[in-house]
Design a protein around this ligand. Structure first.
Ligand SMILES: Nc1ncnc2c1ncn2[C@@H]1O[C@H](COP(=O)(O)OP(=O)(O)OP(=O)(O)O)[C@@H](O)[C@H]1O
Ligand SMILES: [Mg+2]
Length: 305
């Protein structure tokens, strides 16, 4: 597919996602027309600190939703809870028709919802291909009874390798397949983590700051990959500080501050919302959030000094 057709196809998918969301009011917790994930009354505290206190989150299927908010807003903790890596003090959440409370992370992944981490968890002393193969689930060869009989699982091993190589080609990491993952740049590790998450053929992918620490050229390629996932019908929920990236690819933006969802809506209008600007930069100013994450960071630094 040429770059041009990829863009126009992605635009049409984007247009459909935007159209589906166009009648939706910009209200925290609002129900989406075709929701794939719904979370209600999620509360997680650490001692006296309330990290997450979300009344409701509804995520539209086959669209890209950004979860934004200042440092410490509770975004990663919320992700941890939703994906089964942490247990909330209260709350219920549902993915498709499955209640997820008390479900382990690997079970949630088997249901089709996978996530990546803010700090990448690629294994430095394994090769890129081995990292990918680890992403495959329910491998017959891992079952104790089948393990001594390679003939029972070698066909599946080949399929896993084939899928891994296909994904590595797609993410421009094929040439690196035999390198130790530890030799890759931060951006390449982010790509590897995204590729590895796709090994299980998920229907929804949650990305925690996929662009953090990634150089501008690789950022463009990452953004392209995320749009392609939507084009294929995947639902994407991603945490990001880079407002240019958020504006570029999101169909809908949800804003967290101090554990709560304080606003949501289409990117352009959310970034003009006074409550959102205040949450990011503190009250008493009238700037729009139309800057890159870098300028926001500079603003935050200026504020804290
Ligand atoms: N395991 C923990 N123990 C104690 N406090 C924690 C723990 N994990 C997170 N917190 C606190 O909970 C709050 C929310 O943290 P969280 O990492 O979810 O924020 P975030 O929105 O992801 O921030 P950032 O944008 O900096 O990644 C913070 O005040 C943080 O210090
Ligand atoms: Mg975080």
């Amino acid at each position: 597919m040429t770059a041009k057709t990829a863009t126009s196809a992605s635009d049409s998918v984007s247009a459909r996602a935007v159209a589906a969301l166009s009648g939706v009011k910009s209200e925290p917790g609002i129900t989406k027309p075709d929701e794939i994930l719904v979370a209600e009354n999620i509360n997680r505290h650490f001692g006296g600190l309330v990290a997450v206190d979300v009344d409701r989150l509804s995520v539209q299927r086959a669209s890209i939703t950004a979860l934004i908010g200042p440092n410490g807003a509770g975004k990663t903790t919320f992700f941890n809870v939703l994906a089964g890596f942490d247990t909330p003090d209260a709350g219920t959440w549902r993915y498709e028709n499955h209640e997820l409370r008390n479900k382990a992370a690997y079970k949630i992944a088997q249901l089709g919802m996978v996530r990546t981490f803010q700090l990448t968890k690629v294994l430095a002393k394994m090769t890129v291909l081995e990292n990918m193969r680890l992403g495959a689930q329910r491998q017959l060869g891992e079952r104790i009874l089948a393990a001594p009989f390679p003939f029972a699982w070698s066909g599946q091993e080949e399929q896993v390798t084939e899928r891994a190589l296909t994904l590595l080609r797609r993410f421009n990491l094929y040439e690196k397949k035999d390198d130790f993952a530890g030799t890759m740049s931060g951006g390449q590790r982010k790509l590897l983590e995204m590729a590895r998450a796709l090994m299980t053929d998920p229907t929804m992918i949650m990305l925690d700051e996929p662009m953090a620490g990634v150089n501008p050229a690789l950022t463009q390629s990452l953004l392209g990959h995320i749009k392609e996932l939507r084009e294929e019908g995947l639902t994407v929920l991603f945490i990001e500080h880079d407002m240019d990236a958020v504006r570029d690819i999101s169909d809908w933006v949800v804003v967290m501050a101090q554990g709560r969802i304080i606003a949501e809506g289409p990117p352009a209008s959310v970034m003009r919302d006074k409550a959102v600007i205040d949450a990011y930069l503190g009250a008493h100013h009238d700037e729009e959030l139309t800057k890159s994450g870098e300028s926001l960071t500079q603003n935050k630094k200026a504020k804290s000094t």
